[in-house]
Design a protein around this ligand. Structure first.
Ligand code: SAM
Length: 228
């Protein structure tokens, strides 16, 4: 069997998953669950798809990979088709942060597993805020080059405050990522500088751009300040 190849973004998601039973919500092609099973990173997967086209795509690929006994494809919205406690990990990738946040909100606490890997196509800030408000700690973050920098977050349900944010300016850590800020990756540094260049002419007292500029400057300070 020829395994499906993943782009760099989904390779990063794959590397952050190890599970007994994993759910891939909004899977489309089902390439991620096929690779999870083939590489022994999950024992069993459930694919959830909302739309008929991607649902058929996922079913066809799972059948061709001869993995129908270990990857079940279900039609439905988000975590709705899963029983509470059925999966111990889930991924939601390749969608806007607002769409992902909606899927998490509609799931309710009961259906959400203790580990989540999220890959929004835009700013992950709202997902970091959601995690802090719903008892998840940010355990790992990646920023993957592509059409634009793709954020990948691994969250784990843990008690108490998330230690990842300790000692960091909160607004900057929520916007740019506490682990990414500490690592000081070049891609993040470029993103912060791009924000500073874009926001500087727009900023004025009382404007949102002013607050955003202050957040970007606080991030730059954590990153060590100079150099583009
Ligand atoms: C852009 S594709 C991303 C596919 C894959 N996850 C990836 O990262 O390459 C988004 C997929 O999510 C599905 N989708 C969107 N909202 C959904 C929801 N609420 N529940 C299940 N699937 C959903 C769409 O049908 C589509 O196949």
């Amino acid at each position: 069997m020829r395994l499906p190849s993943l782009d760099a973004r989904l390779e990063a998601v794959l590397a952050l998953i190890r599970a007994g039973t994993h759910a891939d919500i909004g899977s489309d092609h089902a390439h991620l669950p096929i690779r999870l099973i083939a590489q022994g990173r999950a024992e069993r997967c459930v694919v959830v798809e909302l739309h008929p086209g991607p649902l058929a795509h996922a079913r066809g690929n799972v059948a061709r990979a001869r993995l129908a006994a270990r990857i079940e494809v279900r039609a439905g919205d988000g975590f709705g088709p899963l029983a509470p406690g059925e999966v111990d990990s889930a991924s939601v990738t390749g969608m806007g942060a607002g769409t992902i946040a909606g899927i998490l909100r509609r799931a309710g606490e009961g259906r959400l597993p203790p580990a989540l890997v999220l890959q929004p196509n835009d700013s992950p800030g709202p997902l970091r805020v959601w995690a802090r408000e719903h008892g998840y700690h940010l355990r790992a973050e990646r920023l993957i080059p592509g059409h634009w920098p793709y954020p990948v977050l691994r969250l784990e349900r843990r008690p108490g405050d998330d230690p990842a944010y300790q000692g960091l300016p909160l607004a900057a850590a929520l916007r740019y990522g506490p682990h990414l800020l500490r690592e000081g990756a070049t891609l993040l540094r470029r993103q912060v500088w791009a924000d500073i260049v874009r926001l500087t002419p727009l900023a004025a007292p009382g404007r949102t751009a002013q607050t955003q500029l202050e957040t970007a400057r606080a991030a730059l300070e954590v990153l060590g300040g100079d150099g583009h």
